[in-house]
Write a protein that binds this ligand. Structure first.
Ligand code: ZN
Length: 331
């Protein structure tokens, strides 16, 4: 939560004050509270006041900033709790993580309104240097089911647009257009990154790589890179929530009499017991053989039974099926 600053009150001028009035009020106060002229306990108080005066002047001496500030309305009280209004068309407000706020010497209120800035004293005045955090970038990370299950390190390559190091993004040098970036101010850079994949990562979850996003402005921090996990389809296994599903094909005799068959799991082949008189579509549960759970443990693996005939049946086999068919008629 930020608190509203009454910049007019700080400079002791009316809301209708002219540029000249604002300037002379600022000069008078800046002289009065200049920390260099104070000593001891007075110095600290003066420093705070001096900062406040400079911030007020930064806003009210700049027509654009003053107009934006004025649009917040005249009914706010200095020190009142304040949040960016959601319904102010055409205005962008800046949001920062709590820990980032106030890092520049300006107040939270100021940074929410005008963004991150660095105040540089140059020749008696302040130079406005916008400083903004770079954009967050989202990209896809293709993983096989096995990679997602086991986790580990994966090397990925990606291209990113970087501010041209030769012309600092301006696109031109003293001699003319910057040949390095072709005047665009940007260059495309190939990056190789090591990504740590936690075991059992879910499809669609995002891995955050701090400071690998877009470049910041004016020395601002880089944005973050988010890699959205896309688990590729697997020929044998389907991931459904925390469970794995697969199929096992058995013959009619195995279904009728029961058997032991080999089937694949995430941990390799196992022997699966088919109980006698198993129907097609039955799902056999392998407890704890599924996907790793967040709090430890694992989901289950369901093996669906599919009954199919062998590719070829011999005469003798067909004779037996005929006998079975006769028997069925008599039941
Ligand atoms: Zn360039």
């Amino acid at each position: 939560m930020t608190t509203y600053k009454d910049y007019y009150k700080i400079l002791g001028v009316e809301r209708t004050a002219t540029e000249q009035e604002i300037k002379s009020a600022y000069r008078k106060l800046a002289r009065q509270y200049h920390p260099d002229l104070k000593t001891g306990s007075e110095k600290e108080a003066a420093e705070e006041k001096f900062k406040e005066i400079n911030e007020a002047y930064e806003v009210l001496s700049d027509p654009e900033k003053r107009a934006k500030y004025d649009r917040l309305g005249a009914n706010w009280q200095h020190g009142q709790e304040w949040q960016p209004p959601p319904d102010m068309d055409g205005f962008h407000f800046y949001t920062w993580n709590d820990g980032d706020l106030g890092a520049t010497g300006f107040s939270d209120f100021f940074e929410t309104l005008f963004g991150r800035a660095r105040a540089n004293r140059t020749g008696g005045g302040f130079r406005w240097e916008p400083q903004m955090r770079g954009q967050d970038i989202e990209s896809e990370l293709q993983l096989t089911l096995e990679e997602s299950y086991r986790g580990g390190e994966k090397t990925i390559q990606l291209t990113s647009r970087e501010i041209c190091a030769v012309c600092q993004g301006s696109g031109h040098l003293d001699r003319g257009i910057c040949a390095y970036c072709g005047g665009t101010g940007n260059t495309t850079v190939r990056k190789t990154l090591e990504v740590k994949i936690p075991p059992g990562i879910q499809n669609g979850s995002k891995i955050r790589l701090r400071n690998q996003g877009g470049e910041g402005l004016g020395g601002g921090q880089r944005g973050d890179l988010y890699l959205k996990v896309n688990i590729q389809p697997h020929p044998l296994f389907t991931l459904k929530g925390n469970d794995i599903e697969s199929k096992v094909i058995i013959t009619p005799e195995q279904a009728a009499l029961g058997d032991k068959v080999t089937t694949a799991t995430l941990d390799g082949d196992i022997i699966l017991t088919i109980p006698p008189q198993t129907h097609s579509g039955k799902k056999l549960r392998l407890r704890g053989k599924g996907w790793p759970l967040k709090g430890g443990g694992r989901g289950d693996h369901y093996v669906e039974v599919v009954i199919d005939l062998p590719a070829f049946l011999s005469e003798a086999e067909l004779d037996l099926y005929k006998k079975l068919a006769e028997l069925r008629k008599g039941v």
